[in-house]
Every structure is written in C-alpha cells, then in structure tokens.
Design a protein around this ligand. Structure first.
Ligand code: SF4
Length: 138
C-alpha cells in the first residue's frame, strides 16, 4: 500500500478573554509557522461554522486536530457539529499542568512565559502531526 503525505489541519478555539485560549492560538501558530510549516495548516474555525466551501473541502480531505483552551472544548465540539471527524483533540491547560513552573499570563497577547509554553506545546505536538500527515492510500 502506498503512503501519501497529507496536510494536517489544526483548529484552535477562539478563546477570547482567556489566557488558555490565547495559548491555544499561539500553540497553533508555533506549529504551522515554526515546527511543521510543510505539513500543518490552520484556518479560521468560524469559516467552518458558516460552511465556507473551501474550508469544508480542506477538513474533508485532511486529518484535523483541535486545540482548546479549556474543558468546554469549543473547537472540538464546533468541528464535530459540522460533521468533521476530529482525529485528536487537546486542551492547552494540560500542557500547563505538565509544566507547572510555566504559568502563562496575558489575554490578547501572551507574556514571555506563555510564548515559551506555546513553543513547548507545539514541539510536543510535532509527532502527532507527523503520524497524521502520513496516511495509507486506499
Ligand atoms: S474552549 Fe474554553 S477557552 Fe476555548 S473558546 Fe471555549 S470556553 Fe473559551
């Protein structure tokens, strides 16, 4: 069976007014811009909710992961409510629990500690992107 590389779509929650929501966005940027620029992509979750054709096509043809700021899991639930099969879902608060010495601050913009935690979270998610990017071709 042939292997084929796909893009992995990373959907963060909007997280307005919440530090862990800001961490979800920053982790996504770290993933798509620094850690896996050739295999991770992101798009605006709202475009999925309004059923934008291109966005629907993107999430239909590629594996999707969601990164939420808290247990409410708005990104995962929004994606699934649109019929998206979410391959893996994460909550940024768990990355903080694993790195308790790095308490992020900031809402519209993360502080230096928050940006470092986002970079660590993105590094830890690299293997997930790699696994999902390589799909068995049917
Ligand atoms: S998952 Fe939590 S932080 Fe993210 S948008 Fe929902 S309530 Fe806000």
């Amino acid at each position: 069976m042939e292997k084929k590389n796909k893009k992995v779509v990373v959907l963060p929650c909007s997280g307005i007014g919440k530090v862990f929501g800001a961490l979800a966005r920053e982790t996504t940027y770290e993933l798509v811009e620094r850690v896996r620029p050739n295999s991770a992509v992101t798009t605006c979750l709202a475009k999925l909710v309004i059923e934008d054709t291109e966005t629907k096509q993107l999430v239909k043809e590629n594996p999707v992961i969601t990164i939420d700021g808290c247990p409410k899991e708005c990104a995962r639930k929004s994606a699934e409510s649109q019929g998206v099969n979410v391959a893996r879902s994460f909550q940024t608060i768990d990355f903080y629990k694993a790195h308790k010495d790095m308490k992020p601050e900031g809402i519209s913009e993360l502080d230096e500690t928050g940006r470092r935690l986002a970079a660590i979270a993105a590094d830890e998610l690299a293997t997930v992107i790699d696994e999902l990017a390589v799909q068995e071709e049917q």
